[in-house]
Ligand binder design. Structure first.
Ligand SMILES: Nc1nc2c(ncn2[C@@H]2O[C@H](COP(=O)(O)OP(=O)(O)OP(=O)(O)O)[C@@H](O)[C@H]2O)c(=O)[nH]1
Length: 205
């Protein structure tokens, strides 16, 4: 086991009925920070099978409070729906709120965006990089769930690169262009222009 793998521990799992179907929830902890993460799995797969997955970073405002400032909540719902429709899949829900700056710093960044900065400038103004996320735990989560080959639901090339660097084979990428609203179009354009997100430009006009 590498040093970074030793930082994460599988804790327990349980059934998790949802509006879309019955998942299992699996709990993991980062032992040096006590940060908790979860994975939701649905259905069964054979060894070596390509499994649809989404890596979703925590967004309290979008995922739980119905915010339309971002597309996070819409993507979360769509990913769970896709998984159930497909009959199998995994959602890795990583507790790295605000691209890693935390909830209250995200609110500070929103305040700066209310005053004209974009999402990248706001992070930088607060002294953070635009994106501080680390995907190392995905390796442990996917290994625990018996998955080595995936179809990744994302528009973010950094997630694909991160999985590949962890030795997970990304066989396909499925775009997840869901939840574009008048409130988040500018934010999504900035992510395309400055963070390399792969959005169909026609959707952002
Ligand atoms: N710092 C900061 N974080 C934000 C802002 N808006 C949303 N977020 C965070 O951005 C992250 C988005 O996570 P994801 O939807 O998993 O990832 P993504 O990079 O958008 O990639 P895909 O959705 O997979 O294409 C969440 O942690 C949100 O809390 C913002 O304006 N500033």
């Amino acid at each position: 086991m590498s040093q970074s793998e030793e930082k994460f521990e599988y804790v327990s799992s349980a059934t998790l009925p949802t509006r879309w179907g019955q998942f299992r929830i699996h709990g993991f902890v980062e032992t040096d920070t006590d940060q908790e993460h979860v994975a939701l799995s649905y259905g069964n797969w054979e060894e070596g099978e390509v499994v649809p997955i989404r890596i979703h970073s925590e967004c309290l405002t979008g995922d739980a409070l119905f915010s339309t400032r971002c597309d996070c909540g819409f993507q979360l719902e769509k990913a769970l729906q896709n998984i159930v429709e497909h009959g199998k899949g995994i959602l890795l829900y990583l507790r790295q709120e605000g691209r890693g700056i935390g909830l209250l710093n995200k609110i500070r960044a929103y305040n700066l965006q209310d005053n004209g900065l974009d999402t990248v400038e706001a992070n930088e103004h607060l002294g953070f990089d635009a994106d501080l996320r680390d995907y190392g735990i995905c390796k442990i989560m996917l290994a625990e769930l018996g998955v080595k080959r995936v179809n990744l639901m994302t528009n973010n090339p950094k997630k694909r690169a991160a999985l590949e660097s962890l030795g997970v084979e990304v066989v396909n990428r499925t775009p997840i262009d869901h939840g574009i609203t008048d409130d988040n179009r500018h934010y999504l354009r900035t992510k395309t222009e400055k963070l390399g997100h792969e959005f169909d430009p026609h959707l952002l006009k």
